[in-house]
Design a protein around this ligand. Structure first.
Ligand SMILES: Nc1ncnc2c1ncn2[C@@H]1O[C@H](COP(=O)(O)OP(=O)(O)O)[C@@H](O)[C@H]1O
Ligand SMILES: [Mg+2]
Length: 215
């Protein structure tokens, strides 16, 4: 399946590499979105939650005439700006921070859409409060969130995301050498391996080059 809604307001982010597995999870999440008004994908960082929400949203998009809207929250540090951030993503006019929350709830009240709040764990209380308000004010809105922990809101359905299974090839590599199995199960991780040192880039005995951002 291709993710069709690439880029732009109200669109899902384009995928930049291959998507592996998760067929069963996507089928189950699609079923949950039919019944529940709030679904939270719960799992540790890096397990694949964001990739899954994008796929799940794309699969369900045809059910929401007012679209699917993904708000990525990892860069947001101030919980007080959460309503403002969501409102801006939905294209609402700028207002004072205080009235932006009311404007957001009014906007959503007669919309039939899927709102995705991706990466909620560092704003969990603010997200829980806003989601409760949205569910109360907007009867046709469904919310899909991803987080390391549940929002703990009434009516929330949590769905655990577990690591991708290790492939047979990865297992045999692990037995015969130090390569990590995650890299084989996860092509993106494979691409992030540091480059091998070459004679021109390092001297004999020098440590291998480090990835940007690695410690
Ligand atoms: N099903 C998948 N297929 C391919 N790559 C994946 C898959 N799931 C996760 N990845 C890759 O693993 C990394 C972490 O995934 P991500 O969805 O950002 O995790 P999380 O949102 O749980 O922190 C990303 O580079 C992502 O592209
Ligand atoms: Mg994520």
């Amino acid at each position: 399946m291709a993710v069709t809604q690439a880029g732009g307001a109200g669109r899902l982010p384009a995928e930049t590499n291959e998507f592996v597995g998760r067929t069963a999870e996507l089928r189950q999440i699609d079923g949950l979105l039919l019944d529940a008004r709030l679904v939270t994908l719960v799992g540790p960082g890096g397990v694949g939650k964001t990739r899954i929400v994008v796929r799940a949203a794309d699969a369900a998009a045809h059910r929401y005439p007012d679209g699917v809207w993904l708000v990525e929250l990892s860069a947001l540090r101030d919980p007080g700006l959460l309503p403002h951030t969501v409102a801006r993503r939905l294209g609402l006019a700028e207002q004072s921070v205080a009235s932006q929350r009311d404007a957001l709830l009014a906007h959503l009240s007669d919309r039939r859409l899927l709102l995705i709040l991706d990466t909620c764990e560092h704003l969990i209380d603010a997200v829980a409060e806003l989601v409760e308000a949205i569910l109360g004010a907007a009867p046709e809105v469904t919310v899909l969130t991803s987080s390391r922990e549940p929002l703990d809101v009434d009516g929330e359905t949590t769905f655990p995301i577990r690591p991708l299974p290790v492939t047979r090839r990865a297992k045999s590599r692990t037995r015969s050498g130090p390569r990590t199995s995650l890299a084989t199960a996860n092509p993106a991780a494979a691409r992030r391996r540091p480059p091998r040192a070459t004679p021109s880039s390092s001297s004999p005995g020098a440590p291998p080059p480090r990835c940007p951002g690695s410690r």
